[in-house]
Ligand binder design. Structure first.
Ligand code: SF4
Length: 474
């Protein structure tokens, strides 16, 4: 047995943080891809030219990246951890004797100038630019999906909407998340996409929406939308929105969050990726929640193939002819039946054009009753009706494109990379610990989603492109 270990401070100490952090440690791996050289210029207008020098914004961003990398999202705890952990100090460029910023300075910057300048999008985009430079993003095939993240709001601390209106809130006293609420009321992503009013509104985070999506007790949440490039599962854009689903009898929407909002977020992300990085996918892979007629129409108009399952209820199981057996005549806005007769929406000219077909919603095409009654194929066409009727959805042409795509081998191949988005959400919740948001309000949710996505892309880069010393070790 050797001598008892006694604490005995050395008079002189030779210690190098650089040597202390192992070559294959996660933070060292991702450090090679962190580029924050542009943020000082980016933030220059948000700092005063007078007064005491500020804390270096790069240091704060590096600390945030450490926090989201290891699931430490409390600023107070993050400051403690960075103070104590040598590898965290190394990543933040702090030497052993350097002071860690106080948590209050930290959160003040984060909620103030970082948010005003949309700074957190900057590290996300520089990381994505690096992924593109390294050849990890072809931009040809993209997939989109959303996942529900619980808001920092308690169901008990909520009121029906009428009571909320009567609360007479003074904006000067209201917390930040409440002050942000009026700004997002008209945004599709935060409830304006639906005419259904939420039954409850949270007092602490009114922009979050009440949901029963997990088939358990209702809670408040936000939806995290990811647009990824399917080559290597790199996140090319991220967008937050409020989540809403059925609660106590309100049956809306049928089986997902607000579909119009999800579609709106997808359009925003696709436009942004095109504008910032000139990436325009030839196909978009998504689940049925994104398969609304307008969304498909929007994609087809932009030459993006919708690899999205089509819910088709036009099929029949009694052996009679389906809509597919009728020929569509777009020029004359009519269907032609197998016996060569016309099915039309209207058969006369209205003097008031507003009484005619609007081109919106579901259109109904009918054959003439006397023609069908005398038809030899009536038993195969409409055995239980006087005349045959066929419905046609708005954006049916785009649906038809999606139906044809769904019969191809490429579509079968596309369904596999769609799972990559789900894996990223699983990683986000299980490894990065983002099951519940810590920041409140739509800006807080977006900040958290952006930082988490940045860290996920950094980890992806580190995994796909290991450092030479790591390769040597392997
Ligand atoms: S029943 Fe009417 S719609 Fe059907 S094939 Fe005969 S004529 Fe055409």
């Amino acid at each position: 047995m050797g001598p008892r270990q006694e604490a005995q401070p050395a008079l002189f100490c030779e210690f190098s943080l650089e040597d202390h952090v192992p070559p294959d440690y996660l933070l060292r791996s991702i450090d090679r891809f962190v580029d924050l050289s542009g943020i000082r210029a980016y933030l220059a207008d948000f700092y005063s030219h007078a007064g005491r020098p500020s804390v270096d914004p790069e240091l704060l961003i590096r600390m945030l990246l450490v926090g989201y990398c290891f699931g430490i999202r409390s600023e107070r705890r993050l400051c403690e951890k960075v103070h104590l952990n040598l590898a965290y100090r190394w990543f933040c460029r702090l030497d052993l004797s350097d002071r860690v910023p106080d948590h209050s300075t930290f959160s003040k910057n984060r909620h103030g100038r970082f948010r005003d300048s949309e700074l957190l999008r900057h590290p996300f985009e520089t990381t994505l630019a690096r992924c593109i430079d390294e050849g990890l993003v072809s931009g040809q095939r993209m997939a989109v999906d959303a996942s529900l993240i619980e808001a920092d709001a308690n169901k008990q601390n909520s009121s029906p909407k009428e009571d909320w209106d009567a609360r007479q809130i003074n904006p000067a006293d209201a917390p930040r998340a409440v002050r942000e609420y009026p700004d997002v009321l008209d945004q599709a992503a935060f409830g304006a996409a639906s005419e259904v009013q939420p039954k409850f509104t949270s007092h602490s985070d009114p922009a979050s929406l009440c949901t029963a999506a997990r088939k358990g007790p209702a809670f408040f949440g936000y939806s995290d939308n990811y647009l990824i490039d399917t080559d290597h599962g790199v996140i090319v854009d991220v967008e937050g929105e409020a989540e809403q689903k059925t609660i106590r009898g309100i049956v809306f929407p049928p089986n997902g969050s607000i579909r119009q909002a999800e579609a709106g977020s997808t359009k925003t992300m696709l436009r942004r990726v095109k504008a910032r990085f000139d990436r325009h996918p030839e196909r978009l892979i998504a689940d049925t929640a994104y398969g609304t007629g307008p969304m498909r129409g929007w994609l087809v108009d932009r030459k993006i193939a919708p690899h999205i399952p089509v819910i088709d209820k036009s099929g029949r199981n009694d052996g009679t002819w389906t809509r597919a057996d009728f020929e569509w005549d777009a020029e004359n806005d009519q269907y032609i039946c197998p016996e060569g007769h016309e099915l039309k929406q209207v058969r006369r000219n209205y003097s008031d054009p507003t009484r005619g077909p609007t081109g919106k919603g579901t259109a109904r095409y009918r054959a003439l009753k006397e023609v069908c009654q005398a038809c030899p194929s009536k038993a195969m066409c409409c055995p239980n009706a006087d005349a045959r009727k066929i419905t046609r959805e708005e954006h049916e042409d785009a649906r038809q494109v999606a139906r044809q795509i769904a019969r191809t081998d490429q579509y079968v191949i596309s369904m596999k990379p769609r799972k990559k988005v789900e894996r990223l959400f699983a990683h986000l919740k299980r490894i990065l610990g983002l099951n519940r948001l810590r920041l409140r309000g739509p800006c807080g949710a977006n900040d958290e989603f952006l930082l988490a996505a940045t860290v996920q892309n950094l980890r992806k880069l580190a995994k796909i492109l290991p450092a030479p010393q790591q390769l040597g070790k392997a």
